[in-house]
Design a protein around this ligand. Sequence first.
Ligand code: NDP
Length: 526
Amino acid sequence: MALVAERDSFDELMTCRLSAAPRRRSPCSIVIFGASGDLTARKLIPALYHLHKDKLLPDPTRILGVARREKTDESWREELFEALQTHSRTQPVDRGAWEAFAPKLAYCRGDLSDPATYRQLGARLGEASEEALRRNLLFYLAVPPSSFGLIVEQLHAAGLLHRDPPEPSWQRVVVEKPFGHDLASARKLNERLTRYIHERQILRIDHYLGKETVQNILMFRFSNAIFEELWSRGSLDHVQITVSEKQGIGNRGGYYEEAGALRDIVQNHLLQVLALVAMEPPVSLDPESIRDEKVKLLRSIRPIPPERVDEFVVRGQYFAGYVDGELSPGYRQEPRVRPDSNVETFVAMRLLIDNWRWSETPFYIRTGKRLPLSASEIRVQFRPAPNVLFAAACGGRLEPNALTLRLQPNEGISLHFNGKVPGTSMTVRPVRMHFSYNAAFGAYTPEAYERLLLDAIEGDPTLFIRRDELETAWRIVDAVREGWGDRPLTNREFYPAGAWGPAAADDLLARHGHTWRNPRPPEADK
Ligand code: NDP
């Protein structure tokens, strides 16, 4: 990606805009498989609507939806408009913008396994008067993962998807998660897809990477020399990354019984965030340079021997408890969950990275459902001050410095340090210097899917997962699964809904002299 820097002055500050040059936003047709599904209504259409509203979609763009349910173009548009009232990040929905957007939408009814569906789709794509709409194609697979391979095969058989479409046309496939359920199945799926298209045409989505604050990790690290100097085992004691969710599994019991927290969050979001926090500086901002460094980092994570899994990993499952004062059912009582399920709703891991920068610096990662609040954050804990002067006088109670990158909600960055409490006595107290995204930039935050869809249209793969990244991440979590085997959960692995995970998770850190630092509730920042 070639980058151009445009400098302009802004309120005495210099802002430096890096934009891809040239932006290749050629007219295209976007085909959404799974047009009647939850993801389409909640995320994809609202994102496309906002891209249209912000004049970021190529002109013209067509959006064709494919699913089994009986619908017409008109009834699909009406349903999506209805859903937009709830899911649009801007309210009220701009009627004028919607009316200009809606004619771009068309619906194709059909079963994914039926070749006639693809013939019909081909016919509808062929209706477009402009050639670019017939030859530039983005296929979005928002369907159950078992259909990913089938769709690519059928599109290829119908002559709609080619490995090398004639220049300057392009064809790409966005694949939703989960991509496989272990290394073997991910490899199999990769092999199936690359029989028909190049790896570079496959965009494996992890919507976490589209979040502003996640993108800011690299900018924060590599545009601020003061922190990067300290970013290594010499200055850092350990790092904690938390992705906590207050919600349970809702009506996704069937899916969750197959996935569990390890596959649902650790394999993708948590390991991706870890890679961004710990990777080496890339040689350039080129997508492959960034992805090369992420893979190198994932490969340097010390393998967890399955027979020693309990030394490094804790799992948990919630039982009934109170969240925000309301009684929540236990996981085993949730709909479509087996009453004796051993599926983990919580995972905490201690990971070591065997490279020069991080040797023996623990990275603790954790995720869980029905925790006290929904938040994602990275806490970088510096080494404690030497045990002399104030630290000696405080008898080990002096807080070490820490930097918190809050990914959501209340996006921001805080530096924690110690200060003297004003007064005649010498009292030291931790204080917090806080940067808030909202305060600095206003509340405008595009949804992750907006950025990712635009990148997919432009063919920028930086924020999508490359095959080797994906397979390396699966190798890490497969070892954990193997270690757990079909061992039932023990008492110490259960936690009440509304707690920060099982007691075993605290022990995991306590063994190394550390404690979890829980994200602050949003009201603490008001
Ligand atoms: P839904 O179950 O809500 O929707 C599935 C869609 O696939 C429906 O439109 C359904 O159409 C279509 N479909 C299924 N089988 C066929 C078939 N044989 N022929 C034609 N169409 C078919 O799923 P979601 O929208 O929740 O998820 C879609 C994908 O996105 C999944 O891979 C999921 O893992 C992933 N994902 C979803 C997230 C979310 O928040 N929803 C978040 C992250 C990933 P119809 O019912 O009309 O047959």
